[in-house]
Unconditional design. Structure first.
Length: 265
């Protein structure tokens, strides 16, 4: 089966999340092929896990800085999307190369990202242990990047990629942030922290690892190559279907918590 590759530019947060869900629904219904989507965010956006409370968010800071706040369709903890490349994978479980178990599928996808990092010259690896896809305590305010979980992409123990997964009708949606650079002030401020000292030691970026500025297109090429290896076939460039575009418009509001346009001046 040929996989579809969608290269999106920078999009608003609620649209990005609605698009991931629209693709998930279409693939699970058999109306669209397995899909890899690569995208960015404009403006920067703080996403919170599907069941996470707003205690993790400083809404006033986000409002002042013009940062979107949206709810992800996946679990996990609060994450500011800024200076990154985001990947999304939607595919049926048990359809090669994906195994039938969620944990194994998660590791396979993260393994493709490890390969992409190594192609860039970064000595990334997966953390050990059994992948735990259970949702964290809904009251947790711990930032996503404060500590890596099992099966995540790290460099010498520091997190480079933060990922989350959701299952739906025999399909999975896994998406995550590949850090290009780091803005400590925004990362800390969105979650009400005085500074990023509790997060930064646990995080690395492609820029830090390579010792040079990295263009997002360079990472896109590496990620496409990494997935091409596990698929044993390059994904084919494609676009959303008309039905997917229509569906995403009905989903946008359900993901939005706060955007600059929704806030009175």
């Amino acid at each position: 089966m040929t996989w579809r590759l969608i290269l999106d530019g920078d999009l608003p947060g609620a649209l990005n999340m609605a698009r991931d869900v629209a693709v998930l629904e279409a693939v699970s219904a058999g109306d669209s092929p397995p899909t890899i989507r690569l995208y960015g965010w404009d403006p920067p956006c703080l996403t919170i896990g599907k069941h996470q409370g707003l205690d993790a968010v400083d809404l006033d800071f986000c409002r002042t800085e013009g940062i979107d706040v949206v709810r992800r369709p996946t679990g996990g903890r609060a994450l500011l999307h800024h200076l990154e490349l985001t990947y999304s994978v939607v595919a049926p479980l048990g359809t090669p190369p994906l195994p039938t178990r969620l944990q194994e599928a998660y590791r396979l996808i993260c393994g493709a990202l490890v390969q992409a990092c190594r192609d860039l010259g970064i000595e990334a690896e997966l953390t050990g242990g059994e992948v735990n896809l259970r949702l964290p305590n809904p009251t947790s305010t711990i930032p996503c990047f404060e500590a890596p979980a099992e099966g995540e992409v790290v460099v010498e123990g520091r997190k480079l990629v933060g990922s989350a997964m959701r299952a739906h009708s025999g399909c999975i949606l896994q998406h995550g942030a590949i850090l290009i650079d780091w803005d400590g002030r925004l990362q800390a401020g969105t979650m009400g922290l005085a500074d990023d000292s509790s997060i930064r030691p646990h995080v690395t970026t492609t820029t830090a690892e390579l010792g040079r500025s990295v263009d997002r297109s360079e990472i896109e090429i590496a990620v496409i190559g990494g997935f091409g290896r596990i698929l044993e076939n390059d994904p084919a460039s494609g676009e959303l279907s008309a039905e997917e575009r229509l569906r995403e418009t009905t989903l946008i509001q359900s993901h939005s918590i706060q955007t600059p346009e929704q806030v009175d001046p």
